[in-house]
Design a protein around this ligand. Sequence first.
Ligand SMILES: *Cc1c(COP(=O)(O)O)cnc(C)c1O
Length: 374
Amino acid sequence: MQFIDLAAQQQYIRKGLDKRIADVLSHGGYIMGPEVGELEMRLAEFCGVKHALGCANGTDALQLAMMAMGVMPGDAIFCPSFTFASTAEIVPMMGATPIFVDIVPDTFNICVKSLERAIAAAKELGLRPTGVVAVDLFGLPADYDAIEAIASAEGLWVLADSAQGFGADYKGRKTGSIGKMATTSFFPAKPLGCYGDGGAIFTNDDDLADLVKSYRVHGKGSHKYDNERVGINSRLDTLQAAILLEKLSVYAEEIEKRQVVANRYQAALADIIKTPSVPDNMVSVWAQYTVTCGEGQDRETIMSRLKDDGIPTAVYYPRPLHQQTAYSAYPSDPEGLPHSESLSNRVFSLPMHPYMQSDDQNRVIDAVIKAIPR
Ligand SMILES: *Cc1c(COP(=O)(O)O)cnc(C)c1O
């Protein structure tokens, strides 16, 4: 059994993929070819945002967004600690300071009370609270209404790191369209992935979009050899855009299929182990289906029993950022990050993808029931 079965998806869309790839080989526009613009238009349509701009990967997407918003030394940027390193990694690269915030254990996303404490702490340290990077962890949108209320009261921007949650639903708004800017990743294992690296930046702001277009091509101005600013080289390959166009055409359908898998897990496992909760008015894209071990449930024992039964599992994330070597010296919520620390020892994720057949789901469910002592 596969943890994420990309081959099943490929089989389903293979004809269209072959045609799209053949088109690129014929026209030869490998850099910023027509597929890139077409994909950007379709992505913007999909999530209801004015500008979608491709780039080389989801980490560069965060960098380009922060460059466009002018992040600089002295800025305090608030990030959850329970996330992938990319969420915070660009902040010190821009000379600014990441401040780590705890999460809500039910949703795995930013806790706004912890965010408020972290903002106060940043001010005491003489830093300038500037922005919040909200993560849609495991495919579930962060609580944007609550985050945006604090952000607007404090004059902060919200950058949505939707690498795992592109296209999820938050109270009728789609991720990608939420926040001053949003980013995603097309890493193959993400809900919307390509066959290599890729990423995108989203915004409704024309000026920010223009800045991203410039920064992603060396800071170009209207004349190719008169660069207006110092930029980077971060474009989405035409071939990857071609592949993504085909994948995007089935993405809405795949989100529904992921929900069917999640519903089955929920119905069969909710009494056995803590299953993920999705707040009212939200739809997750289920980048991961992550369960949480409770009292007397030892994660390593359960995972090894599942492995013996042929069920692959994975731990996202075994160590929160504020406890990692590169990030442990940065400030965090002065009351500590107990949920990030506790969950990193208790969570694991089950196989989840849109093409999972019901007999495979039954195998997972039976094995989990067998693996957990009661
Ligand atoms: C995957 C991921 C990224 C980075 O994406 P890359 O394309 O691998 O650079 C950023 N943030 C989160 C939350 C991610 O899961």
